[in-house]
Write a protein that binds this ligand. Structure first.
Ligand code: SAH
Ligand code: DHB
Ligand code: MG
Length: 228
């Protein structure tokens, strides 16, 4: 008799993710095209997985989000999942540092029929965020998925532009387990640990974090509710 290992092998985790994605988060022309054209343009394959994209979509739906902010666009794959959750009058603003990534994303977003819904703003997010705040923007959902070192700053800006009932999602908070290393000097780990501490300490936030294993290896996301 064979016994199940305590932890899935990476290959089996990826196979399970593929099975679940085919069943519950199948690609259509816009999603498959976004990934294919991102890869053809040489963008790194660091988009969320299909099951994770569907989860973002469902979080937005459950919440009834009408205004979404995304920090870190890449080729617009997560953008498409999120924007598809919006009602007819909903809008999504996504911030991207790279001109090239933004150009690929705009084409992918247009093919998905979402160019009237989504605005891609190019520049370092820390340069774009003050402008959004001075425009008086208020978001129901913020998805933070750019340079991890700045995650504490992105959380502060997110809190300024949200309201009780808003949701904040922070991607990549596990990084293959490196996040547990309190002595790490790696920027992504330092930024992520500070972001998780911020979530733990902030009186207006209720948060948790979930580690994930699947198509994108071992990582995770944090989910925070703006409670007051
Ligand atoms: N959300 C995307 C993946 C984003 S990858 C998806 O799941 O499909 C991270 C993106 O953040 C990259 O495109 C990178 O160029 C961008 N980025 C990195 N530093 C940034 C910064 N300071 N401001 C804005 N975007 C940044
Ligand atoms: C990286 C960034 C991401 O947003 C992600 O989901 C995976 C990896 C990275 O910068 O390596
Ligand atoms: Mg990510």
């Amino acid at each position: 008799m064979t016994t199940q290992p305590a932890h899935p092998e990476p290959e089996s985790a990826a196979a399970v993710d593929a099975y679940l994605a085919d069943l519950l988060a199948p690609a259509d022309e816009a999603l498959a095209g976004a990934l294919a054209d991102s890869e053809a343009a040489g963008l790194p394959g660091i988009n969320v997985s299909a099951t994770n994209g569907k989860l973002l979509h469902l979080i937005a739906r459950v919440q009834g989000a009408r205004r979404i902010l995304e920090i870190g666009t890449l080729g617009g794959y997560s953008t498409i999942w999120l924007a598809r959750a919006l009602p007819a009058d909903g809008t999504l603003i996504t911030l991207e540092h790279s001109d090239r990534h933004a150009e690929v994303a705009r084409a992918n977003i247009a093919r998905a029929g979402l160019d009237k819904v989504v605005e891609v703003r190019v520049g370092a997010a820390l340069d774009s965020l003050p402008g959004l705040a001075s425009e008086g923007r208020d978001f129901d959902l913020v998805f933070i998925d750019a340079d991890k070192v700045n995650n504490p700053h992105y959380l502060e800006w997110a809190l300024r532009m949200t309201h009780p009932g808003s949701v904040i999602v922070v991607d990549n908070v596990v990084r293959g387990g490196r996040v547990t290393n309190a002595g790490s000097t790696e920027g992504d780990v330092v930024g992520t640990r500070a972001a998780l501490q911020f979530l733990a300490d902030h009186p207006r936030l209720e948060a948790t974090a979930i580690q994930t294993v699947g198509a994108k290896g071992h990582d995770g996301f944090a989910l925070a509710y703006v409670s007051s």
